[in-house]
Structure formats: C-alpha cells, structure tokens
Design a protein around this ligand. Structure first.
Ligand code: GSH
Length: 455
C-alpha cells in the first residue's frame, strides 16, 4: 500500500532513492557446499603463532619512532594514511586518556605450494581494524556438518572442529569494558551507513548482551551529532557513557568527510577503549607489514623474544619496498619483467584493491618514476593448490569451480597500562574463492565462507 502511494507521487527512478532507508534486503551469506581440505600442520602452526602476532601488533602500536620512520615515505603520497597519522600525532601530543587497550585482529594466510609439492603457511596480511566474519563463521561448521551428514559422511562430519570466534571476540570486548570500570557505560559498535554485514556483527553483539553488557550501534554521523567529552575526556553519546568503541567502519577513505574526520578525532581523544586505537590501525598498514619483514626489524620490536620472532618470521612471504631509491628501482624493474611473481598492494583495507599480472605491469610502468610508487608495496604471489568445490551464492548459478582457500586466525588481547591481561587466539575463518578473480574477500563479494577439513 505504502509503496503504491510512493509510486504515484514519485517517478519510478526516484522510488528506490526515496525508499532506500526503509528497504532491507536480506541474503544468505555465501558459502561452499563442502568443507575444504586444510593441512593440519599448517592449521596448527597458524594457531600457534597468533599470540605472537598479538604481541607484535601491540608492540608496533606503542612504538612511535618505528611508526614515524616506517610511514614517513607513505604519508608523503597517501592522503588517507597521512590523515590518520595526523590524528595519531595529535592525540599523543595531548596525552592519551585511554588506559585500556583492546586489540582484535585476524591474521590471514594461504598455503603456498612448493616445487616438491609440500605446502607452506604464508601470511597474506594482518587486519587490525574491522576484522570481520568472526560472527557468521561461528555457525559455518554446523552447516557443513549437516551437509556431510545428509551425504552419509557422518564420520567426516564428526571430524569438523568447533569454532566460535564470536564468543572469543566478545570475551575481549567484555574484558575491556570491565577494566574501563563503569557499570552504566555501553559498548558502541561504530557501523557503516549502509549495513552490509549486520548479522556478522550481531553474533558478537548478542554475546555481549548475554553478559549484561549494553550495546549501541552508531555511525560516524551520529558521533558528530551526539558525541561529547567531559573534563576527564569520558565519551558520551547523548548523555550515555561509552566504555568501548568497536570500529566496524573507518578503514577506507571514502567514508570520511570533514565531519566524520572530526568525529574520529573526538573518539580518539576520548578515554573510551577504541578497538583499534589509531596507532593499532596504523600498525596494520601494508607499509608496516613490509617493514616488519626487513632483516633485524622484529629483533628491534621484540627484543629478548627469539622464539616468538622465529615463529612469526616463518610465516612471512617475500615483501619489498617500492620507496624511491635503488632498492625500489630494482624490484620495480623485476616486477615489470615478471609480473606473475608478484602482487602489488596499495595502503588500503576492505579487499579488492590488489593488482596482479598485466594490470600490475601497467600500473608499475606508469608510476615507476613517480613518488606515487611509494604508496604501494610488492609481495611475492602465493601459489596454492586449487581444489574443486561449489560456491553457493544467492542468485548465482550452481557450478563446480576450481577454488583456493585463505585461512584467518582471530586474535584478541587486552592491555591495562603496561600489563597484558589477555592474549588469545579466538577462532578461525576459512574463506574460499574461485581461482579466477584474483583478489577480494567476503565483503568484496568474491570469497565465500568455508570450514577447514584437516588432513
Ligand atoms: N564493515 C564490514 C563489517 O564490519 O563486517 C566489512 C568489514 C571489512 O571489509 N573488513 C575486512 C575483512 O575482514 C578487514 S578491513 N574482510 C574479510 C572479507 O571480506 O572476507
């Protein structure tokens, strides 16, 4: 009825725009029909190194000198990183009001197939902001267990591991909330204008409500309109105190107009526990990832932890700086000559930004003599062994595809002052995609949810 009235008053072209705030389209999250084989030893290796990566991210986020030096070349050419960096400097100069730190990250890996056919765990990246799909994937093993049972594969079904990142991530948020120390204060999920992954977030939200922790969902725009700080920089939204800000937004430049930058600054200046704080977001940049792989860097960041360093380093792929100078010139020329060996990565999150093959060659050719080159890094391309599976996606025809998988391990840690009070792996995420589109995860509409079947 309401739609007919709207249709009479507005042309059909306008209709979608007018109805947009009221329209909700719900699709099931895409998933594989069958679980995918994952080498047990590599799966265990990925879990075993997660606490180390938590330590490393935390160490980087506290090392002003390292962040400053590492990002110096990037912020000259990349406005988004530069703007984040400006806020970082500004809050440091003012003095941090936040005393509790909460990190939720996801370290992503592929299984690189060597010449002798043995696979090695290779880190693709570590996501330190809005690391998603921990909620939905807490349900994925049940789906695949059912499918296997229906197919009469009950023995295989019983092998699927339990997995509940939603609970693990909520545990970290709850701990940070508790240490903040105000029963009345809420946890604020900072979410997108248009919600594309709300059910994933809801899984974590429900875990918090079950612990009697109140959750509100707000956008940057709401923070600009309703947010304020008191004299001790406690954050209030319309009079309600906020203990924890959990960012599920804020990692791409497009969301920031001047008002939203102002909102971000307000949040960063506040006493509320930001997950992540701006230093930890910067610790997740590609430039930092590349610098971590440089000889001697881990030793400087984690002195006295040789075993931690060895476990971390064992997962690194080859990473190369494209900064101006001889080292950058040399690797740029190698990549132009042999683009299939590499991936070209800009300083962007959210998936779907990397360049491969001919496109990589074209872009590098164009920027090889310009400072713009510095805003990218190069990484060795990982070559996993493809396997057949069905990718089930709403409105897409069913067909068997050659697929490759990416394993993510969620990490959560909480620090109060100098004391690390929680440091855990919080579950896993397996995403699988057809070999054709080269880049992108679930949020970019490329990969689908999967469950590891350990072999
Ligand atoms: N805003 C959405 C959410 O909160 O779920 C998407 C966030 C997003 O794209 N997160 C990236 C990610 O984890 C990291 S910055 N992507 C995994 C994937 O898309 O498969």
């Amino acid at each position: 009825m309401a739609v007919k009235v709207f249709a009479r008053n507005y042309g059909t072209a306008d209709l979608t725009a007018v109805l947009h705030p009221y329209l909700q389209v719900v699709n099931y999250a895409p998933f594989t029909l069958l679980p995918s084989a994952v080498p047990r030893a590599l799966f265990e290796q990925a879990y075993a190194v997660q606490q180390d990566f938590n330590l490393l991210v935390d160490a980087v986020s506290q090392n002003k000198e390292f962040l400053e030096q590492t990002l110096a070349s990037t912020i000259k050419v990349d406005d988004f990183t530069a703007r984040l960096f400006r806020i970082y400097k500004q809050v440091l100069e003012e003095g941090l009001a936040q005393t509790v730190v909460l990190g939720i990250n996801r370290s992503d890996y592929m299984f690189d197939c060597g010449l002798e056919g043995t696979a090695a765990l290779r880190q693709i990246e570590i996501n330190t902001i809005a690391a998603s799909f921990g909620g939905l994937t807490s349900r994925t093993a049940d789906v695949h267990r059912l499918v296997l049972n229906v197919l009469g594969k009950s023995e295989e079904a019983s092998q699927l591991l339990p997995n509940n990142p939603a609970k693990g991530l909520a545990l970290g948020i709850a701990k940070a909330w508790e240490l903040y120390g105000s029963q009345r204060a809420v946890v604020m999920f900072l979410v997108e204008e248009v919600q594309r992954n709300i059910f994933d977030q809801r899984c974590i939200e429900i875990e918090l409500w079950n612990r009697n922790i109140r959750v509100v969902r707000k956008r940057f725009r709401d923070v600009f309109e309703q947010g304020s700080l008191d004299a001790s920089r406690r954050l209030y939204m319309d009079g309600q105190e906020v203990a924890v800000v959990y960012y599920r937004e804020g990692y791409v430049p497009q969301v920031y107009d001047e008002q939203n930058w102002e909102a971000r600054l307000l949040l960063e200046r506040s006493r509320a526990v930001k997950c992540p704080d701006i230093a930890t977001q910067l610790a997740g940049t590609k430039k930092v990832q590349q610098e971590l792989s440089r000889q001697g860097t881990l030793e400087k960041l984690l002195p006295g932890h040789p075993e931690t360093i060895a476990r971390i380093r064992a997962t690194f792929a080859g990473l190369y700086s494209l900064d101006e100078g001889e080292e950058g010139d040399r690797i740029a020329a190698t990549a132009i000559a042999d683009p299939d060996r590499f991936v070209l990565k800009p300083q962007r999150e959210g998936g779907g930004n990397n360049l491969y093959g001919e496109e990589l060659r074209e872009v590098l050719e164009r920027i090889k003599d310009s400072p713009e080159r510095t805003s990218y890094i190069l990484m060795d391309k990982i070559k996993p062994q493809p396997a057949l599976n069905y990718l089930l996606r709403a409105h897409s025809p069913l067909q068997v595809s050659e697929c490759i998988s990416e394993l993510g391990i969620f990490g959560v840690y909480v620090r109060q002052g100098r004391e690390l009070v929680l440091n855990q792996a919080a579950g896993h995420l397996l995403r699988t995609k057809a070999i054709e589109p080269a880049d992108g995860g679930g949020a970019a509409g490329v990969a689908v949810l999967d469950t590891p079947y350990l072999v």
